[in-house]
Design a protein around this ligand. Structure first.
Ligand SMILES: Nc1ncnc2c1ncn2[C@@H]1O[C@H](COP(=O)(O)OP(=O)(O)O)[C@@H](O)[C@H]1O
Ligand SMILES: [Mg+2]
Length: 249
């Protein structure tokens, strides 16, 4: 995965805006398939004349149908998850685009080299502000799969989340390892972000999400944000759905 770009002049994108340009415009060279993945998840290098990076490519054609997510595509939910992440300003989801790839349309996401020294099992139990923000984010997108392998801690303390193909159900399906704050008051910062998100869901963000999600899924997202703002608390397990992902890592 850490193979150097063939052309020495190429450099890695220096920020998210450059990464998005590269993901939108670059040529994709596939190198392999992630075998632990449940759908077709391919990894490769993406290059423009000046930039190069590793990326994940999930073609819509490689998606397995899911009985409980009958509408839309996993790729559409992944891009929706990115749009919501951008709107929060928390940068939970790495730069992600929807585009044509070697096997047709799909999602292309920047590959993130996390901090290998972190012991994930211990890390996910920590009272870490980035994890706490991720817990709020997951409640908003109704993430049904926040397992350990979908949490990528970085050396600088930032924490990325990946694999948002089964978010945005209209039923309560929050399934996560991040229950540490369940029932606790939301932070002032989270409340501020949720207020802004509620506004954006009624305007531009809502419009953008309608391209990838059903009307009811967008409305349910608005309702989840409204409910968080009403209770001003982190959600608690509903009791109707397994609250922990299996396997957990
Ligand atoms: N953008 C990414 N950067 C780094 N690692 C990733 C990224 N996306 C996925 N992974 C890794 O690859 C694994 C499989 O990808 P995932 O998106 O979970 O596929 P699937 O939808 O099939 O479960 C993840 O658990 C994670 O460890
Ligand atoms: Mg996965």
């Amino acid at each position: 995965m850490s193979e150097q770009p063939a052309t020495p002049d190429l450099r890695a994108p220096s920020d998210d805006a450059e990464a998005l340009c590269l993901l939108n415009e670059g040529d994709i060279d596939l190198e392999g398939r992630l075998l632990d993945a449940s759908n077709v998840t391919l990894v490769g290098t993406i290059r423009t004349g000046t930039l190069a990076a590793e990326c994940v490519y999930k073609p819509v054609a490689g998606e397995r149908p899911l009985w409980d997510f009958p509408d839309g595509t996993l790729a559409g939910r992944e891009i929706s998850a990115f749009l919501v992440s951008e709107a929060t300003g928390w940068r939970v989801v790495p730069p992600t685009v929807l585009r044509e790839g070697p096997f047709g349309p799909g999602m292309v996401q920047l590959w993130i080299d996390g901090d290998d020294d972190v012991d994930l099992a211990a890390f996910v139990r920590r009272d870490d502000p980035a994890l706490r923000r991720m817990a709020v984010y997951d409640a908003v997108v109704n993430n049904a799969d926040r397992k350990g392998g979908h949490i990528i801690p970085m050396p600088d303390g930032h924490v990325y989340g990946v694999d948002h193909g089964i978010c945005f159900s209209t039923d309560p399906k929050l399934r996560t390892l991040l229950w540490r704050w369940a029932g606790k008051p939301l932070t002032a910062e989270a409340l501020e972000v949720l207020e802004r998100l509620a506004d954006e869901l009624r305007s531009d963000l809502g419009e953008q999400l309608h391209e990838h999600l059903t009307r009811t899924e967008v409305r349910s997202t608005q309702k989840r944000v409204a409910e968080l703002l009403r209770t001003r608390k982190h959600p608690e397990p509903s009791g109707e759905w397994p609250a922990l992902p299996w396997p957990p890592f």
